[in-house]
Write a protein that binds this ligand. Structure first.
Ligand SMILES: Nc1ncnc2c1ncn2[C@@H]1O[C@H](COP(=O)(O)OP(=O)(O)OP(=O)(O)O)[C@@H](O)[C@H]1O
Ligand SMILES: [Mg+2]
Length: 254
């Protein structure tokens, strides 16, 4: 059973009476154990897609099935509970809490989920170690580099051992070396079974050439994240998974 399904997702933002279409009909599935990269240029709707998949926002049309539950059927508080139980989210701008240390930032979702403090601490220490930032445990976000903050955000997203990790441009603000390191870390988590969906505008990140640009004048780019994923993760991806890789259609920036 897929962990995540998007059915005909549309999102139109309305600001001051102006309609901004961000997604026009995205269908996608994510199977357990997959590591999928969805690519598209800036403004094409990647963050919007991730927010809808996580239930952080609601679609204008269409629906999301997360861990077998239709998000449309749930009210906001039930969505929040389901999200807490199943989703780890790495925000594009990290969203670390500035006046909390690394330890407290990472522990917070675990403690909010009601996990025993000792277990949270143990898992946090493992994650900080695995992500190479153990020595930063007692520092505050402003004392860290962008790459280190990105790793803290990843640790925080993984503290509850989520069913799926959703990562919004997890290497977007990093130089190529730090970006490659973060990508390698994510691959490592995936090899241990973590399901991951990341979005990026950076084709270099997944070792690809330029992103396909639509030529039909409709402003639609048909992206094949599955192919991109295979390019990105080829050595790690069993061929049989290729059949499950989603095709995601996102709106090209106009
Ligand atoms: N809260 C909002 N209100 C109005 N319009 C929005 C809102 N959020 C996003 N948009 C618009 O929706 C479109 C898609 O935005 P989104 O943030 O999903 O793009 P993105 O692919 O994540 O871009 P980037 O690569 O720059 O992060 C853009 O045209 C953006 O201006
Ligand atoms: Mg974005």
């Amino acid at each position: 059973m897929p962990i995540l399904e998007a059915h005909d997702l549309h999102k139109i933002y309305r600001t001051d009476g102006v309609a901004v279409p961000a997604l026009r009909g995205v269908d996608s599935t994510l199977e357990p154990g997959e590591f999928v990269a969805v690519m598209g240029p800036s403004g094409c709707g990647k963050s919007t897609l991730l927010h809808l998949l996580a239930g952080l926002d609601t679609p204008t049309q269409g629906g999301v099935v997360l861990d077998g539950q239709r998000l449309n059927d749930l009210n906001e508080s039930r969505r929040a509970l389901l999200r807490r139980a199943t989703v780890g989210f790495v925000f594009q701008a990290y969203n670390l809490i500035p006046n909390l240390t690394v330890v407290d930032n990472v522990d917070l979702p675990g403690l909010l989920a009601g996990q025993p403090a000792a277990e949270v601490a143990e898992r946090r220490n493992e994650l900080l170690e695995a992500l190479g930032i153990a020595e930063k445990a007692d520092e505050f976000p402003h004392q860290l580099s962008g790459g280190q903050q990105q790793r803290v955000a990843i640790a925080r997203a993984l503290i509850n051992a989520p069913t799926v990790l959703l990562a919004d441009e997890p290497t977007g603000n990093l130089d190529s070396r730090s970006g490659n390191e973060v990508l390698a870390l994510l691959r490592g988590f995936n090899e241990e079974g973590q399901t991951i969906l990341l979005v990026t505008h950076d084709s270099k990140m997944v070792g690809l050439g330029p992103i396909p640009v639509p030529v039909d004048g409709l402003g639609l780019a048909l992206l094949l994240p599955g192919l991109m994923l295979m390019a990105a993760l080829g050595a790690y991806l069993p061929a049989r998974r290729a059949a499950h890789l989603p095709v995601v259609e996102v709106l090209q920036e106009e």
